[in-house]
Design a protein around this ligand. Sequence first.
Ligand SMILES: C[S@@+](CC[C@H](N)C(=O)[O-])C[C@H]1O[C@@H](n2cnc3c(N)ncnc32)[C@H](O)[C@@H]1O
Length: 424
Amino acid sequence: MSFDFFIPCPRGLEATLAAELGEIAARYLSGAPFTPGAQVPGGVHFRGGWAAGMAANLHSRIASRVLLKIAQRPYRSEQDIYAFALEQRWEQWFSARETLRVDVTAIKSPLRSLEFTTLRIKDAICDRLRDVSGARPSIDTSTPDVRVFAFLTATECTLYLDTSGDPLFKRGWRLDKGAAPLRENLAAGILRLTGWQAGTPLYDPMCGSGTFLAEAAQVALGIAPGAERNFGFEKLKQYDAPAWKSLKNAALETKRAARVSQADLQIFGSDISGDMLDKARANFARAGLPVIPLKQVDARGMTPPTSTPGILVANPPYGERIEVRGRNARGELRESQAGRESRGAENFQRVHEEAPDAEFFQLLGDSLKQRFTGWHAFILTSDRKLPGLLRLRESTKTPLFNGALECRLFRFDLIAGSVRQRPA
Ligand SMILES: C[S@@+](CC[C@H](N)C(=O)[O-])C[C@H]1O[C@@H](n2cnc3c(N)ncnc32)[C@H](O)[C@@H]1O
């Protein structure tokens, strides 16, 4: 039996996700139904059996969720949507014992209130289950057993059943976050965009809680991102339980082997903050990863961790999220807001926050030019002026969304003798 699935992902990663899904199908589905579908802004469609849906949940590093399409129909009013939702045979998927949450997203919908529409869909599902079983499910917006998603365009409503549960960027190992951690699925997508392959040196000089490094180490060791977590489909009345058992056991077996691996991963990190490095180490331990070398270093003084060039990847602090730390050229200390609050403002000298970054990025650019010949550097930022600040000319820039924040992934090829400089 085949279903239509839709996999949302961070915007900008649709083609990368489609390529990843193709690889997952080739590696784990051995002949089970899987047909790639259209890429649309924010996600990818595909058609396949339960095994394909479960494998995508377990193995996709880029997906945000895996949604199973229930039905699609034109609508004009909230009442049309209520009637449409009431008609669906929800009872074949879950009972009134499961708790429920409904979410609605819309593009150009003529309906006035999405909140009211959400309520109508929830009413329809509860009314349906009451009619067929005599009981209504309870609503739980924080940890529901079952989630239903509705997607509205100007004219059509599509109902989806979520098969993931918690969003897939929650791998189950990160408890220690920094001030601005990158979502795991965005980090994994960026890693693929860099073209990094296991065995090539990888260095994140502003690694924070270690998201790029943990994702890369898991890729190198073949660890499935969802090996240690539960999924929404496990609460549904029907899914392919035997196929799931064998998919999950294989993933756990690979993870057990990785735990004792002595492989030299060639993955390195540094950060100016010792606290962040402690968080990263705790995260790596919880993720069952071997030791990843980390150093407390100001990125302006960074040096390559290997003699062979590799890939440098980072998301530096940027205005909207977190400020640069360390001493500026005048020896004044920069401190994060959180640091200031925890230490008390009197213990350090305040510097202006409006424009501290220019000097930092100029020195970071100097480091790249002087010491990272042969490396390829990939920097994610919402600041379009980054190449000018670094005084480097980018080879490519890829638009990506970090949540709602529009960013660019800039690529700088630091080729010997031809570092493409640009004036400030
Ligand atoms: C946006 S966060 C990076 C988040 C990281 N990718 C993660 O997933 O947790 C920026 C990081 O830059 C670090 N940082 C700030 N100033 C720095 C400097 N001068 N040198 C090195 N790291 C710095 C911060 O401590 C913070 O961890």
